[in-house]
Design a protein around this ligand. Sequence first.
Ligand code: PLP
Length: 347
Amino acid sequence: MAGGHLTIDLNAVRANWHALDAMSAASVPTAAVVKADGYGLSSARVASVLAEAGASWFFVAVAEEGPAVRSVVPKDAKVCIFGGHMAGDADLLRDHNLTPMLNSVEQIDRHLAELPGHAFGIQLDTGMNRLGLEPADWDAVRARVLDLDPVLVMSHLACADEPDHPMNQMQLANFHAMTDGMSVPRSLAATGGTLMGPDFHFDLTRPGVGLYGGFPYENAEPVVRLDLPVIQTRTVDSGETVGYAAGWVAPGPSIIATVSSGYADGLIRAQSDKGMVFAGDVACPIVGRVSMDLIGVDVTHLETVPDALTILGPHQGVDGVADAAGTIGYEILTSLGQRYARTYIGG
Ligand SMILES: *Cc1c(COP(=O)(O)O)cnc(C)c1O
């Protein structure tokens, strides 16, 4: 088999969820954010493991992602939709018992008209300016909405991966101002907010990336390993070039491994000439352009070239690859290609 091999450790996902859960008080449940197909790792696999571990709140981005999660969690678990209730969602929300986090007065009106009595939550904007009701909208509808017992009132932090950023305290103050005195459960923290401590925990935490081993949860157990087969090896002379656009010029006689995986598999092209892969413990640089299906790797310094090189593993996680590619671990995870053979450990 010439394709890459992705190994996903569900035991590590479970351990990360338990560790994040332990950071908040026992009375504060910890949800699991499984949007984008569980950050690319399979929302159904992750949700089923975490439901067994005790999670009872799950979040996805859009209603279409809900049924895959609903089908693997207990009936009384909540499957919530960050994007709220969009036109055309009513059947999905009802048939699969999904809970929209309503983001605007328009969504509130739609929800109450189309699915009266169906559970919902409210998302407030405390400064990120992405999703949620602004303070003036909230003031206008708050009394009417609270009468209907929303399951949650939530907001999202823009800068929680930088604990000292002034936005965090500003959004915290705004959230208090918009929600203090209510009896509805409140939630503000994703992974970064969970790490920032109890002031940010309120009644529910909502980690995503930390479950999957990504920054800002630096003590996370690694979840993914990605091994890429070497298809062939060649020697090149000083001055010969490797790859498209003749992008890399051999500085001396070199041994180049051609490795299976490219930008079509989510190897971000910006890591051309920057990224690293590993032969066991030894780093080997990616040389030349990342192609659609292949990369070139300089293995001149290896005594023997292994059958496969490791791009995600003990020496380099999703954030290491992200640094080389000029992006974030989230994008590395959600880009992991459908062509890789996948093995799930544990669960
Ligand atoms: C994605 C997301 C989360 C999870 O964020 P992480 O940084 O991955 O922990 C939580 N809440 C909202 C609203 C989100 O969009």
